[in-house]
Design a protein around this ligand. Structure first.
Ligand code: FES
Length: 141
């Protein structure tokens, strides 16, 4: 597995993201509350560059005529059609039956997901920290 350099860890504070490429593979690396998460930059719905979408919260289950929001900074919204993914797990928030190939994340930092996670995954990559520099470990080579 080749290591793809991302940036010094100090340049990726909580709430930040970096998008890096290795050949035709584009990867989004996110710092969510101090934990690093990396995903292939392809939306499972229509192939958009999903990692370039806005990061926000989402609407939580709420009574009729109420709109409660939460999970701020944990949700990635695809820029094409608005599908929402849990940044801490890569899971789609709505449809648990549709899944992409998933690669386990190896993190030394906290890996606890934001509360209320769901399913339908983005493809994940291991993120490693060495000498203050972040790397993404890509599959195969
Ligand atoms: S391509 Fe991402 S939601 Fe449609």
């Amino acid at each position: 597995m080749p290591l793809l350099p991302v940036c010094p860890a100090a340049d990726l504070p909580p709430g930040a993201r970096r998008i890096v490429a290795h050949g035709k593979i584009s990867v989004g690396v996110f710092n969510v509350a101090g934990a690093y998460h990396a995903y292939r930059n392809i939306c499972p719905h229509g192939g958009a560059r999903v990692c370039e979408g806005p990061v926000s919260g989402t609407t939580l289950p709420s009574p009729v005529y109420e709109y409660n929001t939460g999970r701020a900074g944990c949700i990635l919204r695809c820029p094409w059609h608005g599908w929402e993914f849990d940044l801490t797990t890569g899971e789609h928030l709505v449809d648990p039956e549709t899944r992409l190939k998933r690669i386990p994340v190896e993190l030394g930092a906290a890996t606890a997901p934001c509360p209320g996670g769901a399913s339908e995954n983005l493809e994940r990559f291991p993120v490693e920290l060495a000498d203050g520099q972040l790397f993404v470990r890509l599959p195969g080579a």
